[in-house]
Design a protein around this ligand. Structure first.
Ligand code: HEC
Length: 149
């Protein structure tokens, strides 16, 4: 039962599990407020976002998503193996997202936000061997998924 609650709380919580996820959601929110300015650990310390979104980068990001991320991440809020990506660009800084995408291994042992996610998901996200360009393209794809213009 406890395990179910934790699984349901991976990411934004599962809307079908009302009533069981209150406590875990509170924990998630606590982890988020502490780390709203968190840039994570890795080489990305300053990511410049541009408007409007870059369509080529979105397309390239979608390709990477389809091949390397879609087996574990949905584009909705719903958890698969990892958290659904809807809203991830407001939950996390661009730097955090790009650092995690390229440096999950280190962040899962040292970054408080990543460690909290691991506690909920119970699976360590494997290193995806993304280039810096891949990581930036994926970020653009996520921004588009979140309705950024
Ligand atoms: C084998 C499953 C798996 C694959 C494939 C995977 N991830 Fe993950 N991802 C996870 C898990 C599980 C977590 C939660 C942290 C943890 O437990 O390691 C996560 C968390 C994340 C987060 C943080 C989400 C949040 O809500 O803060 C981002 C960003 C992310 N992954 C990006 C990616 C990208 C980009 C790819 C593809 C290049 C990818 N992931 C592929 C399993 C996966």
């Amino acid at each position: 039962m406890l395990a179910l609650i934790f699984l349901g709380a991976c990411g934004d919580g599962n809307p079908n599990e009302e009533g069981t996820s209150n406590q875990s959601n509170a924990e998630v929110n606590a982890a988020e407020s502490k780390t709203a300015d968190d840039k994570g650990l890795g080489k990305f310390t300053n990511v410049e976002l541009t408007h409007p979104l870059d369509l080529k980068m979105i397309d390239a990001g979608k390709l990477i998503y389809d091949v390397k991320c879609g087996s574990c991440h949905r584009l909705s809020k719903e958890k698969l193996v990892g958290p659904g990506w809807k809203g991830v660009t407001s939950r996390r800084k661009p730097e955090w997202i790009m650092n995690f995408a390229t440096n999950a291994e280190e962040m899962l042992t040292k970054d408080a936000t990543a460690m909290a996610l691991l506690e909920e998901c119970l699976i360590r996200m494997p290193n995806q061997n993304l280039s810096d360009t891949d990581a930036r393209n994926i970020l653009e794809f996520m921004r588009n998924n979140d309705g950024d213009k």
